[in-house]
Design a protein around this ligand. Structure first.
Ligand code: ADP
Ligand code: X15
Length: 402
């Protein structure tokens, strides 16, 4: 049984609070979307209003990636959103980070630097080994308790997720609690149940597709985005050199065979695009599957109108939809059409559960709302829906009680 904030006597307590505020940023590190930051305001405010002293731990991007950057803008945004002072320190567990934590007074908060600036944080450990990493060994002594609200990173066995619960009394935050309550109970939702798997996390989506088809959770799986392109290739359609190279470059070549195996077993319950929108001289040009391949320099950036009509018809008949990932490169207005139409159709379904960092950004950018539950996590939500036990949950479950 996981302890929650209701079980915590917060006043005067130094709380290490892990959040997931990993956000889209521009080339200068400026925030493009603050939904994940806003999602944690409830948990942070609840702790500060109860006079806790909060040290915020979070990651941003992946080492080597474009969005691998400082959390200073995130701290600035939190400072605007909260009714309490928020400090930022450019260290995660060094002398100045620990000093900043020691300087906290009741009802104040400090944002520590990106945990992934420190290499051990990007490795996977079991809880006991994670507790021996530098981050946990240096920070745990200056913390009284640990709270994990980072549902979106709950599928990672990284030190800031699984290490602290090994040594500190630990609690789930409000986001974590809410997400687990909704996503752990998919089986109680009404059928027909449709899963829409788009975006670019092909391996996770194929794992999820297999699981929900095997367990009869999904009546239909609709694929779009890069996932849809992989299913097209798996059924021997030539999506053109640009998209094929992209699949190869992302390391998803083996996923084609896995998608083909799924089509072999469950082809009658899986839909893949009937047409794609390619980029031709900066314009959107739709190509039905029968007219493929596109030219070598024409990537398939979105699903086409015929696909959308077919998918919308299936969604109209659905009682529940679970959706992860955009249908195309929604960041480019010309290719946002598929995502916009698909999300609009999903929002009209009786129970609609959507998840993912980019999914939430796309919803905000395209002005679509009305979903039953918007999860902060993409990979974490898929892992949970795939029947996995999330490492974060396991660690909280086994944490010492105060
Ligand atoms: N056809 C496509 N080609 C290339 N990238 C795509 C395509 N469709 C979607 N994407 C990209 O997928 C990314 C989002 O995928 P993902 O990270 O899986 O979503 P989420 O964060 O919601 O789980 C976006 O950056 C989007 O541009
Ligand atoms: O954005 C995240 O996941 P998501 O894209 O699956 O929603 C989380 O912050 C986890 O990040 P990671 O997938 O780099 O470990």
């Amino acid at each position: 049984m996981i302890a929650t904030l209701d079980d915590l006597d917060a006043a005067g307590t130094v709380v290490g609070l892990r959040v997931d505020i990993n956000s889209p940023v521009d080339a200068d590190g400026r925030l493009l979307d603050d939904s994940r930051i806003r999602a944690h305001v409830g948990t942070i405010s609840s702790l500060l209003e109860r006079n806790a002293r909060v040290a915020l731990l979070a990651h941003q991007g992946r080492p080597g990636g474009d969005s691998f950057t400082t959390l200073e803008p995130h701290a600035d945004r939190l400072n605007e959103l909260l009714d309490a002072p928020v400090e930022y320190v450019d260290e995660t567990h060094g002398t100045s980070a620990r000093a900043a934590i020691a300087d906290l007074t009741d009802g104040t908060c400090v944002v520590l630097e990106n945990t992934r600036f420190y290499s051990e944080e990007y490795m996977e450990f079991d809880s006991a080994d994670a507790a021996t990493t530098h981050l946990v060994e240096r920070l745990a002594p200056v913390l009284d308790v640990y709270v994990n609200d980072a549902f979106a990173a709950a599928h990672r066995s990284q030190p800031s997720i699984v290490g602290f619960p090994h040594v500190l009394p630990s609690y789930a935050g409000q986001v974590m609690e809410r997400e687990l309550a909704v996503l752990d109970d998919i089986e109680s939702t009404t059928c027909p149940r449709t899963y829409v798997l788009g975006g670019a996390k092909v391996s996770g989506s194929i794992d999820a597709a297999r699981d929900v088809l095997e367990r009869d959770l999904a009546d239909t799986v609709l694929t779009a985005g890069v996932v849809g392109n992989v299913f097209l290739v798996a059924d021997d359609h030539d999506v053109g050199k640009a998209s094929t190279d992209f699949i190869y470059d992302q390391g998803y070549w083996d996923e084609i065979d896995r998608a083909a195996a799924l089509l072999e077993e469950y082809g009658d319950r899986i839909e893949y695009p009937r047409d794609v929108a390619v980029e031709r001289n900066g314009d959107r040009v739709e190509l039905p599957v029968g007219e493929m391949p596109p030219a070598d320099d024409e990537p398939a950036m979105d699903v086409g109108t015929e696909t959308l009509a077919a998918y919308e018809e299936i969604l109209e008949e659905s009682e529940t939809v679970i959706l992860n990932g955009p249908a195309g490169v929604y960041e480019n207005e010309t290719f946002a059409e598929g995502t916009q139409s698909l999300y609009r159709a999903a929002a009209t379904v009786e129970t609609s559960i959507v998840g993912g960092g980019d999914t939430a950004s796309a919803m905000n950018a395209l002005g679509i709302d009305g979903f039953t539950h918007v999860s902060t996590g993409g990979g974490a939500a898929l892992a949970l829906l795939t029947g996995d036990t999330l490492p974060a949950v396991c660690a909280l479950d086994n944490a010492p009680v105060s």
